[in-house]
Design a protein around this ligand. Structure first.
Ligand SMILES: Nc1nc2c(ncn2[C@@H]2O[C@H](COP(=O)(O)OP(=O)(O)OP(=O)(O)O)[C@@H](O)[C@H]2O)c(=O)[nH]1
Ligand SMILES: [Mg+2]
Length: 428
């Protein structure tokens, strides 16, 4: 296929601090580079227990990078960790290339992907927060220099004495405040909607997991099978961070049981703090769920690291004690052929592209989410016909019989409903 866009070559550079997942994190960085329409021209690593305070890498490594920049003509270096502003400046000075750190790269990808108003605001806030401490002190020119000496009177006040840097900082802080206000309007209406859903008592299930694992594909598969006509599919694509918003869909199963399924932004290791806090409302959906489906790309050799990343991120956003089904997905692509759908305790191996897999997943969801259901015989007098109507919509009616006294139902219903309709319980 022909390249539609110019792909920017970059040098990636990482420090191996004796972290067992270093190789994986470099691989992940390379994937992030791809996702940002760049390509890895060279990879440079260094083993060092502790980063150099000034240049992050050791002096010799910076020299090596400089030679590589000169030899290859590649003028952008991307580092595997978040660096301090002065480290970035020092490496730039030492190599003659521009430097972006991992956080900056992830923020760029998010900025390119954001489509909805909410996602755009959240990314913009995270970006400005990232920029704030990184404003260059070289802009540190006194604004009052222009006016200095122009006044000859007794006034010693020559402007506010505010530097250009301070002004830039203030401008950014103001922008952040404005964007946050704008965002809070959206968040508030979403909170209201969520509160309404909570009140409805319908259980919620949230898809979580590493980016590109297949969350949106599972959502779309289940919506296709059990969504009500008007339910729309969500965007799914083979790229990192295809989803940056939370979507919630209502599913109604053949036995009338209903639950809400939510799909949200995927995770990656070292997800920037600013981004996590900016996306807090988007991620809140998972925090409120009754059940989590952690989706794992079972065909990826690094799937265990990805699961660890997911666990860590969930902790970071305060999701700790929600029951979880681990869904090993993309079994059709697994390196070693594996039988699926296969259930192992509360976990399951599936392919999101196949209906029998989705139904097997659904069976576990039902077991976990509809625990408080009971089956009983209810005799409902004809004068209380509205109760039969209600049960038709909210319960699973196994059989109906018309007796002289009324309608006899064998029905599976929520225990809350069972309590409400206790007076109709029928015993021969
Ligand atoms: N072969 C195969 N491909 C799958 C399966 N599940 C998902 N995919 C593909 O994997 C890619 C990523 O799927 P998505 O559903 O967009 O992944 P996601 O977890 O929502 O990703 P983000 O939104 O980026 O976090 C898409 O190209 C899907 O078609 C599967 O079981 N088998
Ligand atoms: Mg998605």
């Amino acid at each position: 296929m022909e390249e539609q866009f110019e792909v920017q070559p970059v040098i990636i550079a990482g420090l191996d601090k004796n972290d067992p997942s270093f190789a994986y994190s470099m691989e992940e960085l390379a994937n992030l580079i791809d996702a940002n329409n760049m390509e890895v021209a060279e990879t440079v690593t260094q083993k060092l227990d502790r980063p150099n305070a000034g240049t992050y890498f050791g002096k010799g490594k910076v020299e090596e990078l400089k030679e590589l920049v000169e030899a290859t003509g590649v003028s952008l270096i991307v580092t595997n960790d978040e660096l301090s502003p002065s480290q970035i400046r020092n490496i730039e000075a030492g190599t003659g290339a521009s430097v972006i750190d991992r956080t900056g790269l992830i923020l760029d990808i998010f900025a390119n992907r954001a489509k909805s108003k909410e996602a755009k605001l959240q990314v913009a806030i995270a970006r400005l927060q990232y920029q704030l401490p990184r404003l260059r002190t070289s802009m540190n020119v006194r604004m009052d220099q222009q006016t200095a000496g122009s006044g000859s009177g007794g006034f010693t006040n020559r402007g506010s004495g505010e530097t250009k840097l301070e002004m830039d900082r203030r401008t950014i802080e103001n922008s952040i405040t404005h964007l946050k206000e704008e965002l809070s309007v959206i968040t508030k209406s979403e909170d209201t909607r969520r509160a309404q859903r909570d009140k409805s008592g319908i259980p919620t299930v949230a898809l979580v997991g590493y980016t590109n694992a297949g969350k949106s594909t599972i959502m779309n598969g289940l919506v296709r099978m059990y969504g009500q006509g008007e339910d729309k599919t969500v965007f799914e694509k083979n790229m990192l961070f295809a989803t940056l918003d939370t979507s919630v869909r209502q599913l109604t199963l053949p036995d009338q049981k209903q639950f809400l399924l939510s799909d949200t932004v995927g995770f990656v290791s070292k997800l920037p703090h600013n981004l996590v806090s900016a996306f807090r409302s988007t991620l809140a959906e998972a925090a409120k769920a009754d059940l989590l489906l952690q989706v794992v790309d079972y065909s990826d050799p690094n799937y265990k690291d990805m699961m660890e990343t997911t666990e860590l991120t969930l902790k970071q956003i305060g999701v700790t004690d929600i029951p979880m089904i681990i869904t090993f997905n993309k079994a059709d692509l697994a390196q070693a052929p594996v039988a699926y759908p296969t259930r192992e305790g509360d976990n399951i191996i599936i392919s999101a592209r196949e209906d029998d897999s989705l139904n097997a997943l659904l069976a576990i969801i039902k077991e976990k989410v509809f625990k408080d259901y009971v089956t009983e015989n209810l005799l409902i007098p004809f004068s209380d016909g509205q109760v039969v109507t209600y049960l038709n919509e909210h319960a699973n009616i196994n059989s109906t019989e018309y007796l002289e006294e009324g309608t006899l139902l064998n029905v599976e219903l929520q225990s809350a409903d069972a309590a409400r309709f206790e007076k109709y319980v029928y015993s021969e």
